[in-house]
Structures are given as structure tokens and as C-alpha cells.
Design a protein around this ligand. Structure first.
Ligand code: R5P
Length: 293
């Protein structure tokens, strides 16, 4: 029963003290609603940066090197990531739910790598299921310039509209199909286009003159790692991307196919959150690798 009598009377009203002004730390999201900001704050640390660990490759590639047993591989790595990017199927079957990491839920189905043109994807996950999965953001593949461009923008519009309704941000993923360009001009067009369609975060590939892309994109940009390259080169790419305005990385294979994934993720962490130079991070990687062995 609520106490009606005997409560200590309120007395500290802070008369004359203006309410604190909060500047939200995620680029372009100052006027987003409270729930959306809360989800974005789970993805992006106070420095505005994030490390997303991507292990959603199975949704198009099936079982991939380093990702054969998500239930064994991912849980020990989660502590070094800010956000886990995965499909609902992988999360439900392989990832314990008692963690406090952000979730970038892969929401489109885009066919398999057996298809020549994957641009005719569908909005596979209902907004209700994204809410059930406690998604911090919904990842939508977009094929700018491909035959299925309009359909993929329709998928994006569905998630942006539903996300705005329920306070869930959308991660617009710039797809690069077999025949599609990988130039600065292309990435500049695609990133800006997705942001203007309402995506709250953009994922793209690193390229020359990357600072032009991040400058012209009004929301945070994170880079995908792409195919496995030597660890020192992947760290250098992450460093250049962040120095040139990226808000972080959304990496999969360059972590999961590294000789020592946990050391690699910690080294990436040094670059993204601590501003370490790539050489320093690589030295740390070599040392951490020895500790794990
Ligand atoms: C593509 O299949 C997925 O969206 C991956 O999550 C994305 O490409 C990032 O992974 P990676 O760093 O391996 O390219």
C-alpha cells in the first residue's frame, strides 16, 4: 500500500539551477527520440566509436572459415566487442542471451552466394521479431545501382518507418555485388543515399579519399573488413578509417579468420577506442597471441 502519510517532505528543488544540457554523442542523432538514443548509446561508446563483431555471413555464405561453430567461437570474443551483428537464427541457437552487448540484427534475406544477382532481397524479419530479439539496430542490405535497387530501398524504407515508430535505429549496409563498382564515387553516392533515406548508421567499405565519404555522410559510418588480409594490414585499414572519420568497424572475417581472433579483436579495440597506431596495436596482437597459446 502506498504511504500516504509520514513521508519526508520534498525540499530540494534546485531553484535557480538550469537543467543540464545533453549533447548526444552519436553523429546526427541529437534530435532522435529517447528510446532510439538509448539503443544508439548501447552501440556507440561515449567516444562515439564502436566495434561491431560481424558473424552474419552464414545468411548468404553458409558455413565459412572461422564461423563453423558460432556457439564455440563467438562467446569468448563477446567481451571485446561493443555490438554483435548476427541473424536471429544464429543468436537464438548459439549465443547466450545473458550479456549486455548491443545487437545489430540482420533483417534482410538476400539469397545465397550461388546467385549471380543478390540484389532482390526481402524484408525477412518482422519489426515485432526485431523487438522480441531486443535489437539495438536492424541491418538492411542495400544494392544501389543494381537491378534490385528499388526493392532493396523499399526494404530500407520498411525498417526505417518501423524503426522510427518503435525507436530502433537502422544500419544501412552498402552492398557490393559481383559487377558493382568499388570506387570512392560509388561509395560516396551509396552512403549518402542511404543516410538520406533515413538509415541511422551506415556500413560501407574503406576506400581512397574516405574522409570525403565520412564528411558528406550525416550519420556514423562503420567499415566492413571484407576478405581476410594480413593482421597488420587490417589494423592499418581500421586506423586509417577511424582517422578519416569512421565511427568504427563492423568486422567479421579479419577477426574470425585471424590466427588468434581474441588477440585481433583486442588489437582492433586499441585502434578504435584508444587511438593506438596500427604498429603499436600489431605489437600488442603478437604479444596477446602468445598469451593465448
Ligand atoms: C556480409 O555477409 C555481412 O554483412 C558481413 O557481416 C560483413 O560483410 C562484415 O563482415 P566482413 O568483415 O567479413 O566483411
Amino acid at each position: 500500500m502506498a504511504d500516504k502519510d509520514g513521508n519526508i517532505l520534498a525540499k530540494d528543488y534546485g531553484i535557480g539551477i538550469a537543467p543540464p544540457v545533453h549533447n548526444f554523442h552519436v553523429k546526427g542523432m541529437n534530435s532522435a527520440g529517447w528510446g532510439m538514443q538509448s539503443r544508439l548509446a548501447k552501440i556507440f561508446a561515449d567516444d562515439g566509436h564502436t566495434i561491431m563483431l560481424a558473424f552474419d555471413h552464414g545468411y548468404i555464405m553458409g558455413s565459412t572459415a572461422g564461423l563453423e561453430r558460432l556457439d564455440l567461437v563467438i562467446p569468448p570474443l563477446m567481451q571485446y566487442a561493443d555490438c554483435l551483428m548476427a541473424t536471429r537464427g544464429a543468436l537464438r541457437t548459439c549465443i547466450p542471451s545473458n550479456h549486455n552487448k548491443a545487437i545489430a540484427l540482420r533483417c534482410t534475406a538476400d539469397g545465397s552466394v550461388l546467385k549471380d544477382d543478390m540484389s532482390f532481397g526481402t524484408a525477412a524479419v518482422d519489426i515485432e521479431d526485431a523487438i522480441r530479439m531486443n535489437a539495438s539496430c536492424m541491418a538492411v542490405q542495400c544494392f544501389v545501382g543494381a537491378d534490385g535497387e528499388l526493392g532493396s530501398l523499399d526494404n530500407l524504407a520498411y525498417y526505417v518507418n518501423a524503426g522510427e515508430k518503435y525507436g530502433i535505429p537502422v544500419l544501412g549496409v552498402v552492398a557490393v555485388g559481383k559487377e558493382m563498382e568499388r570506387t570512392t564515387r560509388y561509395f560516396a553516392l551509396a552512403t549518402r543515399l542511404l543516410a538520406e533515406q533515413g538509415a541511422h548508421i551506415i556500413k560501407t567499405y574503406y576506400c581512397e579519399n574516405f574522409e570525403q565519404i565520412t564528411a558528406a555522410c550525416p550519420v556514423p559510418v562503420v567499415i566492413a573488413g571484407g576478405k581476410k588480409i594480413p593482421e597488420n594490414e587490417a589494423l592499418a585499414m581500421a586506423y586509417r578509417a577511424v582517422s578519416e572519420g569512421a565511427a568504427g568497424v563492423d568486422m567479421g572475417r579479419n577477426v574470425l579468420q585471424a590466427e588468434c581472433p581474441s588477440a585481433m579483436l583486442q588489437a582492433i579495440r586499441m585502434v578504435v577506442h584508444e587511438g593506438a597506431k596500427p604498429e603499436e596495436a600489431y605489437r600488442a596482437y603478437e604479444l596477446l597471441k602468445k598469451d593465448v597459446k
